[in-house]
Design a protein around this ligand. Structure first.
Ligand code: HEM
Length: 412
């Protein structure tokens, strides 16, 4: 009996969408493949026996359920490289997760972060003044990178002259956050080198702070280490690593994606210029519309039923956050960029761009502050924004974003 050609074509289309949803060469637009996957079902067989979680309801159910672990990464994710990304609580579960997250949590609460408002405004104003003087710039280099990199480095206590070096090391590590199977031997080697360099660089800073304490996060961690068994040296470096890498590689993409969306939807940019108070809700719409982190993984620690499917212990899923955020079942007109979607009273469904549950993004208040400040300044000072070239994308799958965003900027 020969197979039904229509069924074969459909299955090929879905297979292709699975590949494209996690392939480096499709980073400019993963959304078309997400649409095919969502239409196929809430769970679609993915690479290496995993399931891709395509829809909002199932993604949310998995993220809030602590029986799904982020510690027991399946082999395919970080299996065969010769370097562990050391001791970061992103990949731990309680009690270690609770202990380590608790040590840095205070530094990143909304209240603490609010004290950075004036610094963030000053920084953005200066950068924008330089951009407006030049008028044709790569916005990633001139705005999207410097804002979060400067703020996280200042919070941690990295001296200004070392910010560029920190950025270079983080870039190597950020690509390395992708599942190992997606990385070439050269990229794995670059990650190993970047992690070694990071460990050495921050090891030196830690020693300096031990001798000469400062009011910064590195000193706070050193003091916690000295106080006894609260964290080991590896955990200290691992905590700094996740704060540095998660603390700016993601926000860079938020700023870049937001500016790109405003260029592509000039009506929305006009709305922002007319109403500066849209800046706050607009942050959430940018997060939803073009997520800076596209996927995360979880492994079942028990038999767990989600919707109509039951997973066995050890089963692994790839939660497609970027797809869940465009699920029409959760968001009316999901592919539309609408700055008013998260205005108070709109009762919009929450996006999953910061994750959910135990591992909910620690830096969400900082990322929001950065983006709000950028949007307010753009709305107040920029009169015209245009693309000089189609943007190019980095190959990164997890922390997805552009490598260049050349724009023309007019304003005062
Ligand atoms: C966790 C996204 C900015 C630090 C996460 C997770 C997501 C995320 C999706 C959860 C991952 C998972 O559940 O597997 C983002 C986005 C950002 C951003 C989209 C910017 C737009 C930041 C910043 C910091 C930060 C500025 C700086 C401190 C962290 C940390 C975790 C985390 C430490 C791990 C939390 C835990 O495991 O308990 N982030 N992040 N992030 N993020 Fe962010």
């Amino acid at each position: 009996m020969s197979a039904d050609p229509a069924a074969v074509a459909e299955s090929t289309r879905v297979q292709q969408a699975v590949v494209e949803s996690v392939a480096p060469q499709f980073r400019h637009n993963p959304y078309d493949s997400y649409e095919i996957l969502r239409a196929t079902g809430p769970f679609v067989p993915g690479p290496h026996g995993t399931h891709l979680v395509t829809r909002h309801a199932e993604a949310q159910a998995i993220l809030i359920d602590p029986r799904w672990s982020h510690a027991e990464e399946p082999e395919l994710l970080h299996g065969d490289s010769d370097v562990e990304l050391p001791g970061s609580f992103l990949w731990m579960e309680p009690p270690d997760h609770t202990r380590l997250r608790g040590l840095v949590g205070k530094a990143f609460t909304s209240r603490t972060v609010t004290s950075l408002q004036a610094r963030a405004e000053h920084l953005v104003e200066d950068l924008l003044t330089a951009i407006l003087a030049e008028r044709e710039v790569d916005l990633l280099e001139t705005l999207a990178y410097p804002v979060p990199l400067t703020l996280i480095c200042e919070m941690l206590g990295v001296p200004a002259e070392a910010h560029a070096q920190v950025r270079a090391m983080s870039a190597g590590i950020a690509r390395g956050l992708d599942p190992d199977v997606l990385l070439s031997p050269e990229e794995l080697a670059a990650r190993t080198a970047a992690v070694h360099e990071f460990t050495e660089f921050f090891g030196d800073l830690v020693e300096q702070r031990r001798e000469n304490p400062q009011p910064d996060v590195i000193t706070a961690l050193v003091q916690a280490e000295e106080a006894g068994v609260r964290l080991t040296h590896t955990e200290l470096i691992g905590t700094l690593l996740i704060l540095v890498v998660a603390g700016h590689e993601t926000s860079v993409n938020l700023i870049g994606n937001g500016v790109l969306a405003l260029i592509r939807e000039p009506g929305e940019f006009r709305r922002l210029r007319d109403d500066p108070d849209l800046a706050g809700p607009a942050v959430d719409e940018v997060l939803r519309y073009d997520a800076p982190v596209h996927l995360t993984t979880r492994t079942a620690r028990a038999e767990i039923t989600v919707g109509e499917r039951t997973f066995a212990p050890g089963d692994a899923v790839i939660v497609l956050l970027g797809s869940a955020n465009r699920d029409p079942a959760a968001f009316p007109d999901a592919d539309r960029f609408d700055l008013g979607r998260y205005l108070p009273g709109q009762r919009a469904e929450r996006h999953l761009s910061f994750g959910l549950g135990l591992h909910y993004c620690l830096g969400a208040p900082l990322a929001r502050l950065e983006m709000r400040t950028v949007l307010r300044a753009l709305g107040a000072r920029v009169t015209d924004l245009g693309l000089l070239a189609e943007p190019s994308y980095r190959p990164n799958v997890v922390v997805r974003g552009m490598s260049e965003l050349r724009v023309r900027v007019e304003g005062r």
